[in-house]
Design a protein around this ligand. Sequence first.
Ligand code: IMP
Length: 426
Amino acid sequence: MPATIIMGGQWGDEGKGKLTDALAANATMVVRANGGSNAGHTVQTRNGTFKLRLVPSGILNPHVRCVIGAGVVIDLGTLVSELRGLQDRGIDTSGMTISDRAHLVLPFHKRLDELEEKRREQDEIGTTLNGNGPAYADKASRHGLRVCDLLRPEILRRKLAIEVDAKNQTLAGVFGDPPLEFQPLYEELLELTEFIRPMVVPTEVVVQDALQAGEQVIVECAQGAMLDIDYGTYPYVTSSSPTAAGACQGAGVAPSQVESVIGVYKAYSTRVGGGPMPAELLDETGELIRVRGREWGVNTGRPRRTGWFDAVAARQTSRLNGVTGIALTLIDVLDVLEEIGICDGYRVGERSISHVPALLDELDGATPALTFMPGWSEDTSAARSLAELPPNALAYLAAIETRLGAPVQYVGVGPDREQLIDRRQK
Ligand code: IMP
């Protein structure tokens, strides 16, 4: 029963969408496991660029059935406009299913996300302001509304009225914000529900049936494992588990059904929002990487912070998630560099730290312990096999394999669908 998990090994934006799209060619199902419209998965094909937020990145493969699993939080308006946008571009979305257990992101979640960020002032997390944190908080505190509630107007009316009332007390009482109106929100939800109604099913049954039938199922995570709520750089994390374990939970797949875990890593590091990043490059090399890697947020347009490959963080995510194979993306971005750094530890005063500490204050003033490798000063964007890569690029791949304890199976050499090396390709 072969399930493959595709997860980000850093702070998100590693190119999971592109890899999922490519591997979906040999799969029958792609299940999105976590996150919400905070994600932005870009897939570039001959028919143009597709920016997906909630729809699984297998959708551009007509034979693939796409599933939004129970672990995802859904902003219904965003999902419906994303589906309509795909249909307008001729993409067949008839194979889509949506978990009836998935929780909803409602307008008060977005507003609370904004207000809470403002209240944190200089300690802001730098969330995407999509309401994900407050929606997952409601899920955990058992206040959440779910997709199944949408299908029964009377149930929706009752639960939504309670929540709007409770949230208005917080909005007005804590933040002095005007109250949200119940009726227009209720009516909007009812209208949007008609669009997704045929897609709503118990997806865990659909996924299990596919696995039992021996189908190739890909589980796609959003974000990256360093943003994991438990093992990431808390509190500068997202509110779900973008990990192999979280993928199982969110998709409705048992750990014993997983055949491989592909950890997607960029050849360097990026992160958006706050939080420590000891290997950050604040100089012109960082800017060069940002420009060459087009490192601006897909949804937010925010410039991403850039840095050398952080092998401390990457080794942690590789080990904790049992990564069986690495997809190293965007190596072409490094083509012009004379030397390339790998961060092998953090130095704080006299101390040397070789893991990501729970208390981030321990990283105050940390500097990276860097190992430099010679660059390859050659265009790699046309390479389609490992044999076509320059020797110094292969040495860089080997250095990462050693540190992460897993083989590099895929190498990304550009944004196009075709610019992906599969190790098995001679
Ligand atoms: P939230 O998920 O919107 O609550 O944001 C929490 C943290 O996760 C912030 O640092 C965001 O920048 C980051 N984040 C959330 N989604 C993504 C993503 O898809 N790519 C990269 N960072 C993300």
